[in-house]
Design a binder for this molecule. Structure first.
Ligand SMILES: C[S@@+](CC[C@H](N)C(=O)[O-])C[C@H]1O[C@@H](n2cnc3c(N)ncnc32)[C@H](O)[C@@H]1O
Length: 298
């Protein structure tokens, strides 16, 4: 992998708070890797532990938005399958609405970090496009949180169609790159993500543009871009969040002599120190997006 500083254009390396990620997606695509094995991005136990502890928790408003859509065609919900479930933050929010929820992820370490104390949730290691343990026509919801960009999409849609009952729902959701209310912290965060861009697989730009190119293969499918997610973090929580991501993990392994995450933490602490408390909490904001469609009833 190349060193980011040698390939980033001047506008990528500036730290202006006005840097907007959207404006750089086209250039980002050219810098991103097409050699990452997307089934091996989350196989490091330290990364999975950080993921389980520090990644954003989806809001109940989001789970309910998806559940209400499911109920339009199937009022009594039985089974949901969450593909690319990670350590389960996209899975357990459905537990109170379905009799049973099965989380499936290709990574053993991610599944190992999923909660074991939610009685109607089960987690399995497996591929999104091969669900032999699920009967055809038995599922009310197939969902994918922050993961559809990593999957073989045509084959995953075909497998979802096999397991869904008529009227069942596919829901694909996620969040875009974060920002902070504090403009100085925002500049540090944006610059960090721009540095990380070459380490992402090319398909991750689908998250940055909220799956604009993805079409659910059912007529009348909809998208909802109105929901937000805010995390309250201090610097140590934010360090955990950074360590849970693939590009930070890959960059840190390639540059063992650098304390990349520690340097970002120090920059944020220096900004917060001006207000008297370098460890005070601040907001990290995400835009949520959901794409949803019903399998036709006939
Ligand atoms: C960014 S994490 C998302 C985890 C969780 N759903 C969330 O919303 O935070 C992406 C997950 O997709 C998994 N994954 C990637 N390709 C997959 C595939 N083909 N089938 C199943 N899981 C896959 C990865 O192992 C990883 O745990």
């Amino acid at each position: 992998m190349h060193s980011p500083n040698s390939v980033l254009s001047p506008q990528f390396t500036q730290s202006s708070p006005n840097v907007r990620m959207e404006a750089h997606i086209a250039q980002a695509r050219q810098m991103m890797s097409d050699t990452v094995d997307k089934t091996k991005m989350y196989v490091d136990m330290e990364q999975s532990k950080a993921y389980a502890e520090h990644r954003p928790r989806y809001t109940d408003e989001m789970f309910k938005t998806i559940v209400d859509y499911c109920k339009e065609t199937i009022p009594n919900l039985n089974l949901a399958v969450d593909i690319g479930c990670g350590p389960g933050m996209s899975t357990i929010g459905f537990a109170k609405y379905f009799k049973k929820v099965i989380g499936v992820d290709v990574s053993e370490t991610q599944v190992a970090c999923a909660p074991k104390d939610v009685p109607n949730c089960e987690f399995k290691v497996g591929y999104s496009d091969k669900l032999p343990f699920i009967k055809s026509g038995s599922v009310d919801l197939v969902c994918s949180g922050e993961s559809f960009n990593l999957m073989p999409q045509k084959e995953t849609f075909a497998e979802a169609d096999r397991v869904l009952r008529p009227g069942g729902t596919i829901a694909i959701f996620g969040y875009d790159l974060p920002s902070s209310d504090n403009p100085e912290i925002n500049a540090v965060i944006q610059k960090m993500w721009l540095t990380m861009i070459p380490y992402w697989p090319k398909e991750s730009t689908q998250l940055f543009d909220k799956f604009a190119s993805v079409q659910i293969p059912y007529p009348g499918w909809i998208r909802n871009d109105s929901l937000k997610l805010t995390m309250r973090v201090d610097v140590s929580k934010y360090v955990g969040m950074m360590k849970s991501t693939w590009p930070v993990t890959a960059y840190s392994k390639e540059h063992p002599d650098e304390d990349f995450v520690g340097d970002i933490a120090k920059q944020i602490q220096a900004i917060l120190a001006k207000t008297g408390n370098p460890n005070q909490e601040y907001n990290i904001n995400y835009n949520l997006f959901i794409l949803m469609g019903h399998k036709p009833k006939n």
